[in-house]
Design a protein around this ligand. Structure first.
Ligand code: ATR
Length: 473
């Protein structure tokens, strides 16, 4: 069984003792004590928290000093010493007291290479390898390697690092890893994809796992709002980021099945591109030709659906007038634009579409019975302007995707971008004195709540989600 191992990286022995006591109270089942985090190398190791299995780690160039510390640690009751595979010390201690470790902070190699690394490591102790995970292909190699390693029946530690590696920590029990390393402080957790001890204990051995796929994913707020909803609903669930480059989309179904991901959101730029990789579509997703939500059935089938439609309907309601008979301009021709088109057509709007790539606007317009308008032919003649591009979003270009000259005091503006809350388009709209201008927050919360309800089979707490977003409930 996988042990929840609290990493104790304190700068004094006293602080290490306090951190270990706190970790124990939170439910930690093992400790890794980082001697290298201490400001001074300890004279004796009686402070080690030997109430549970203890791994002593000491990364340093000073081999003589390290050798003494490792020997003293084992004498003081440490269960294991962690020694890197590159160290001359790796064969100097009994094999059953050594964790022989290997880290690659840049990549995850293919399965054959992973297995040969493990073979080498196991000559000196319990093999431990941690690889930087960049996307589904790396997750797949880790999964296949775990299947082989498990067959040996010998203990091993296998970790995927980074944001995309978080799912390997959530599923450490399935992977068969002897321990999963957790931090005590949330601020230490994110970069390596570690979770806190408190969260690991809360999640238990078999949490509900959900995810977001897209590229890039740095700026999404979906994880924080979904994780808040899990907490509020008392569900042992965790929503993780899996950045997916376009060419790795075909691997998504296999990765979802093996890591038992029950559902996922799909974001830019994959809302249409994911469709050929799904088993089926809901009628609404089929009609809109775009997917923002995937549900994985117990039989492993992936169904694409679209909760952006309810999110957009909520945002349109917030604009305060019925789109029926109104001239509505959609900016963009990707998946989000399609969802907006489906919504507006069913609400009876007269639809216009513009996009930086004119041909894509023409295709979308033809499909929905709308009129495509080149960007340079736009005039101030729209009652409603909807931005369905990422222009203005943090991490993307800070441009306004339409000429500001089309904004007038009669216009209502809806910008689907929610990060930053005041986008360049919204601030230009307010300067132009438009009738009303709303950002993407209400759409984000509503689509998230609808997706959550599909996966968790419980209503989402919108107040908790909104609070986690960072605004007022
Ligand atoms: P999704 O399907 O998730 O909505 P997408 O298919 O990549 O994502 O669509 C994004 C839309 O935003 C596209 O219409 C894109 O324009 P192109 O068709 O020319 O690619 C548009 N878009 C992306 N970045 C943009 C930017 N900086 N300025 C204006 N439009 C942009």
């Amino acid at each position: 069984m996988t042990l929840i191992c609290a990493v104790i990286a304190a700068d004094t022995q006293g602080a290490a003792k306090v951190a270990a006591a706190q970790a124990l109270m939170c439910g930690a089942e093992a400790f890794e004590v980082r001697i290298d985090a201490l400001l001074a190398v300890p004279e004796d190791l009686s402070f080690l928290p030997i109430a549970k299995p203890v791994i002593v780690t000491f990364r340093s160039e000073m081999d003589g000093e390290r050798r003494e510390i490792f020997a003293a640690a084992l004498d003081a009751g440490a269960t294991y010493v962690d020694i890197e595979s590159s160290s001359v010390l790796r064969d100097r201690f009994p094999r059953d007291r050594v964790i022989c470790s290997y880290h690659d902070f840049g990549r995850t190699p293919a399965m054959q290479e992973i297995l040969s690394i493990f073979q080498d490591l196991s000559a000196s102790g319990i093999p431990k390898a941690a690889f930087m995970v960049r996307g589904p292909a790396d997750l797949w190699e880790i999964w296949k390697s775990a299947l082989v390693l498990k067959q040996s029946g010998e203990p091993f530690i296998l970790i995927g690092m980074g944001v995309a590696g978080e799912i390997t920590r959530i599923r450490a029990t399935d992977i068969g890893s002897m321990v999963t390393y957790c931090t005590m402080r949330p601020e230490d957790a994110s970069a390596l994809g570690q979770i806190t001890v408190v969260e690991a204990v809360r999640l238990g051995l078999d949490p509900l796992a959900t995810a977001i796929i897209g590229w890039p994913l740095e700026h999404t707020r979906s994880p924080q709002i979904h994780n808040a909803a899990f907490l509020a609903a008392g569900i042992r669930g965790r929503y993780v980021r899996i950045p997916v480059p376009e060419h790795e989309l075909p691997l998504v179904p296999a990765v979802f099945r093996c890591y038992r991901i029950a559902g996922a959101n799909v974001t830019i730029p994959h809302k249409q591109a994911i469709i050929p990789h799904l088993s089926k579509l809901s009628p609404k997703a089929h009609a809109a030709g775009t997917v923002n939500t995937i549900c994985v059935g117990t039989d492993g089938t992936l169904t694409g659906t679209n909760t952006d439609l309810v999110g957009i309907a909520a945002a349109l309601a917030a604009l305060g007038n019925d789109p029926a008979g109104k001239r509505a301009l959609i900016v963009g021709a990707g998946g989000a634009a399609r969802a907006a088109a489906a919504c507006l057509i069913s609400a009876g709007a007269k639809l216009f579409v513009t996009n930086r790539t004119t041909e894509k606007a023409a295709v979308l317009a033809a499909e929905f019975g709308a009129v495509a308008v080149p960007l340079d032919a736009l005039r101030p003649e729209y009652d409603l302007v909807i931005n369905a591009t990422p222009a203005g979003m943090s991490g993307f270009s800070a441009e306004i995707p339409v000429p500001v000259s089309i904004l007038s005091p009669d216009t209502a503006v809806f910008d689907m971008v929610y990060e930053p809350e005041t986008t360049p388009l919204l601030s230009a709209s307010r300067s132009a004195g438009v009738r009303v201008a709303v950002g993407g927050k209400s759409m984000l919360i509503e689509q998230a709540a609808a997706s959550f309800a599909l996966w968790a089979r419980k209503d989402a707490d919108r107040t908790a989600m909104t609070k986690a977003f960072g605004g007022q409930p």
